[in-house]
Design a protein around this ligand. Structure first.
Ligand code: LER
Ligand code: MN
Length: 271
């Protein structure tokens, strides 16, 4: 079954990011549950910035799940990536993501690697950068498997990385790993910039897709841009997608309206 999810950001200093809810955990979880979402995707500063017992309690109280946990704070706050030329930084990136995998696994939730993939930097060959990324994903994919969760890899648009921009490149990358535990994240906002056809790419790489980031062309909640969601929903139904469709969009015009627009679009296209 396709499930709905909405993002919650718990890092207030990242003011301009594409997350729907920005309130403290209890308020955001209660609002998401009341709105009818099946899950929430958490963006936290680190693995130990949320009390897992409090979180467990809130999830039970409001009858909602964690769809995934984001790891991007490792880059944005700590400057870590899996492809930094400095081996010590790469090691710290693996450690940061491993902790996030462990945290998410307590709730059966996979971790997402998006911006932690880093960039090809000046003076370093792309092939070398890919080798570091593959090493990191192999280590982390195998670690996640031991924790009984998948690991999710996300291609990002060219303004966020010069490494993996399209679903096809991401699919080739995960096919080259020594683990089958890594799935792909199809973020509709990034795909609208990079793919020839969002729905065709979904059909081509559907068997690898584990998670969707749900946003319109301008990263506003779905229904406020020009993405043709009907075509995309048909493609997702055709590939028998069974994961979460998670709203990673700006809280436009405000958090509550963005959440409402999102769940209405989800119900319109996927129920
Ligand atoms: C960033 O643009 C994004 O889409 C996130 O999901 C990556 O961590
Ligand atoms: Mn995304």
């Amino acid at each position: 079954m396709i499930k709905s999810s909405v993002t919650i950001n718990l890092v207030p200093q990242l003011k301009t990011g594409p997350w729907i809810y920005w309130d403290p955990l209890e308020i955001s979880i209660s609002k998401a549950a009341e709105m009818g979402f099946d899950g929430v995707e958490l963006f936290t500063a680190s693995a130990n910035s949320v009390d897992p017992y409090l979180l467990e309690n809130l999830l039970q109280r409001f009858g909602i799940s964690i769809s995934a946990v984001g790891t991007g704070a490792g880059k944005v706050i700590k400057g870590l990536t899996l492809t930094d030329p400095d081996a010590e930084i790469r090691k710290q990136a693996i450690s940061f993501i491993s902790d996030m995998i462990s945290f998410g696994s307590r709730f059966g939730a996979p971790a997402i690697i998006g911006s932690m993939q880093g960039n090809v930097v000046s003076g370093i060959e792309k092939a070398q950068t890919i080798t570091w990324l593959v090493e990191g994903l192999n280590t982390l994919g195998n670690f996640a498997e031991k924790k009984d969760v998948t690991l999710i890899f996300e291609s990002l648009n060219r303004y966020e990385t010069n490494l993996i921009n399209r679903l096809e490149d991401a699919a080739k990358l995960i096919a080259s790993l020594n683990t089958h535990n890594v799935t792909l994240l199809a973020d509709l906002f990034h795909m609208n910039i990079e793919e020839k056809s969002i729905q065709d790419s979904i059909r081509s790489f559907g068997s690898s897709i584990g998670h969707i980031h749900f946003a319109d062309s301008n990263r506003r909640p779905v229904g406020n841009g020009h993405i043709q969601m009907k075509d995309i929903s048909e493609a997702l139904k055709e590939i028998e997608f069974k994961g979460y469709i998670s709203a990673e969009a700006f809280p436009w015009p405000d958090q509550d309206s963005a959440a409402k627009a999102t769940i209405e679009s989800f119900n319109k296209y996927f129920c």
